[in-house]
Ligand binder design. Sequence first.
Ligand code: AMP
Length: 193
Amino acid sequence: MNAVCLYLGSSPGARPEYEAAVSELATMIAQRGMTLVYGGGNVGLMGIAANAALAAGGKVIGVIPADIADKEVGHHGLTELQVVDSMHERKMRMAKLADGIIALPGGLGTLEELFEMLTWSQLGFHNKPIGLLNVTGYFDLLLAFLDHMVVERFVKQDHRDLLMVERDPGQLLDRLTSHVPRSVDKWLDMDRT
Ligand code: AMP
């Protein structure tokens, strides 16, 4: 695995544990020689992830739409900052640059990005492993709702199982990196839809 894409809050959240877990994961990605791909901002947990990976000597690629570069304070100290035209292009670019995806605590944007990657996987457009770092149980209610969706037969268990959930950054990275893709990604098919 050469690159990991992180989805995480543009806010720091209410507890210092969020920042600590993000720093630990980003540092570990850099120490394992992997590139960190993320939304390119220098605010909230996003900025903390980028700065931690850079401080550990890692490579960081940010992908940010021109229109929101001001709002999210585009990070100009990155290895590479790719400026794109839209949110859709950002998501596609980030996903294609990475070999695995991890969502961390965040808000609506983080959930939107995570669920789009899950649905794209469910539809067979890609096979990248998708992880969730459940820092201090932040996602417990969401995970319970996902289980409820399975019970109510709106989500297949296989699709629920696409999400690898751990509380420990090292264990999550180990699971992601040991994932064996079941087939080749079919992004081009999706570009045509
Ligand atoms: P949030 O979790 O709401 O703090 O947002 C985290 C990141 O997700 C920020 O970089 C947002 O710009 C980004 N984001 C929000 N909505 C979307 C969307 N529809 N598509 C792609 N990225 C988004």
